[in-house]
Design a protein around this ligand. Structure first.
Ligand SMILES: Cc1cc2nc3c(=O)[nH]c(=O)nc-3n(C[C@H](O)[C@H](O)[C@H](O)COP(=O)(O)OP(=O)(O)OC[C@H]3O[C@@H](n4cnc5c(N)ncnc54)[C@H](O)[C@@H]3O)c2cc1C
Length: 494
């Protein structure tokens, strides 16, 4: 039976959250089961969550598109077949990020070509040595602290300056309590992969489906605020802010960690204590992007990206830039901001951001050259104040261990399953790769009837304990009766 406000369909799975993880989970379920699958997405204008290819102000152009959220599939994930296989199956064109320049204006230094690869390879060596030592000491400290200790052994002052400048642009160092024990640096330096036409084209293909598949059913503008068990009906009720509700046989919750931390979605009955502890213990990091356009491209137009460390570009503020001219032939740059500076940026006026960007660009390419150009466009993300995200990434804090992700990926039977990049710990934590894997895993947990199996096992275990108790009782009864009998015989004999 179905009406506009209340939907009651048997064997229905609802996926809450239309980010990559939710969309992958929904598609997998549609492929492998005959369940009715529906995605509820809070935003009214788009799905994709932290994958957000800016299309409004920059008309679609073939090339690497301006991403305000995720952009690259990191080099570890590139070696993982499932996500790369799906991208290949969709025949999406990919490119390697490649070719970077490093600017250290305070040292009057800039590095390019092989020098950059050498520096990044050495950065990886430092990271690996630093975290290996922490792991062998068995007492967790932050990656930042571990790296600082490692750099103390460096004799060459200039090498140390270059390495520490580059190291200090990395999110796992900017997030000052990032766990060294959980962190797994890559074994070797490798460029990341981008989808040439924009990451959203990948999501659009998942939604549309391949030949013969139906498109996903996505309901936009459905902000979920409560997920409640209805024991009478043996269903879950999903309550939506517009006053409607949906019933389902299973729910895949694919919401971001920031939303869970803010407790804007309530569970009834509340989830187990260890689940809340895991969510609270995970780190929540901030990151934002600006897309800034000029009359002309005054920077090296063939270079893919720029890393800079200076008095203004420090502590994660505008230290990494992507050159969109290289790909789309438009004078556009994307600047990245990580850490506390990223959340502070959301309170800054456009003019302040523009001025700061000009200073940093001036430090790299010359003040006079930069100031001769007009800014034509400034687009910015606001991930920490975005009510649908409330932060940018989860990350492992000092003291976190595998138990957190084991808890977060485990279903809460009989109806609740979890997807989302924060539920996976392999490769880099909180990546599109993790989101993708989590979607596959959650769908498999549902389709393989994991909760049903667990309930059966629990029932069997209960039955076994009950039987054992009964046998014990029977034995005791037999023993007692034979004792009484023996006593009676004794009495009779007397
Ligand atoms: C600036 C930035 C840059 C990044 N760069 C990279 C990168 O280069 N490479 C990489 O691998 N990763 C990157 N990431 C991380 C990556 O984007 C995420 O790990 C991944 O996209 C998360 O997918 P998800 O499905 O788990 O969550 P999300 O994409 O956050 O999806 C959650 C969905 O739930 C919806 N939602 C929230 N609340 C509700 C509600 N109450 N009711 C209904 N729906 C709701 C949201 O609108 C959203 O669509 C970046 C992230 C940011 C912010």
């Amino acid at each position: 039976k179905e009406n506009n406000t209340n939907t009651y369909v048997s064997k229905e799975v609802i996926v809450i959250g239309g980010g990559l993880s939710g969309l992958v989970a929904a598609r997998e379920l549609m492929k492998n089961t005959n369940y009715t699958v529906r995605v509820l997405e809070g935003r009214t204008d788009r799905y994709g969550g932290r994958v957000w290819t800016n299309r409004k102000s920059l008309p679609r152009s073939r090339g690497v598109e301006a991403e305000l959220g995720a952009m690259v599939i990191n080099s570890i994930a590139c070696k993982d077949p499932p996500i790369m296989q799906m991208i290949a199956d969709f025949e999406l064109q990919t490119n390697l990020t490649g070719d970077m320049k490093i600017y250290l204006p305070d040292e009057n230094l800039h590095l390019e070509g092989e020098q950059v690869i050498d520096v990044y390879s050495e950065v990886l060596n430092v990271l690996r040595n630093a975290v290996d030592k922490v792991k062998s000491n068995k007492k967790d400290i932050s990656v930042k602290k571990a790296v600082d200790m490692e750099l103390e052994n460096f004799k060459s002052k200039i090498d140390k300056k270059i390495l520490s400048a580059v190291l200090n642009t990395l999110p796992n160092i900017i997030f000052e309590d990032f766990s060294a024990t959980v962190y797994k640096p890559e074994n070797e330096f490798g460029w990341d992969t981008v989808i040439v036409d924009g990451l959203d084209t990948f999501l659009d293909r998942i939604v549309a489906g391949s030949d013969g598949e139906l498109p996903l059913k996505i309901e936009l503008g459905k902000v979920v605020h409560q997920i409640k068990l209805d024991p009478k009906r043996q269903k879950v009720v999903v309550r939506i802010k517009d006053g409607t509700q949906r019933y389902a046989d299973a729910i895949i919750v694919a919401l971001p960690v920031g939303v869970f931390k803010s407790k804007s979605v309530l569970f009834e009955p509340p989830l187990p204590k260890n689940w809340y502890q895991a969510i609270n213990n995970l780190g929540l990091g901030y990151s934002n992007k600006i897309i800034i356009g000029f009359d002309t491209a005054f920077w090296p137009v063939d270079t893919g990206s720029f890393t800079v460390s200076s008095k203004t570009a420090k502590d994660g503020f505008l230290q990494l830039w992507t050159n969109l001219y290289r790909y789309v032939k438009k004078p556009l740059l994307v600047g990245n901001i990580f850490g506390n500076q990223a959340s502070q940026l959301e309170n800054m006026a456009d003019d302040v951001i523009k001025e700061k960007a000009l200073i940093v660009l001036g430090e790299m390419f010359g003040n006079d050259v930069v100031r001769r150009n007009n800014i034509t466009v400034l687009i910015r993300s606001n991930w920490s104040t975005d009510p649908m995200i409330k932060g940018s990434f989860s990350y492992p804090k000092v003291g976190n261990n595998q138990l957190i992700w084991d808890t977060l990926k485990d279903p809460i039977c009989p109806f609740l399953y979890f997807a989302g990049s924060h539920t996976e710990s392999e490769g880099h934590i909180d990546t599109i790769h993790g989101a993708f894997k989590s979607g596959l895993r959650a769908a498999y947990q549902v389709s393989s009837g994991l909760c049903k199996m667990r309930t059966q096992q629990e029932n069997e275990a209960k039955l076994k304990t009950q039987k054992q108790k009964e046998t014990k009782k029977e034995k005791k009864f037999e023993k007692d009766t034979s004792k009484t009998k023996a006593k009676t015989i004794q009495k009779d004999e007397l």
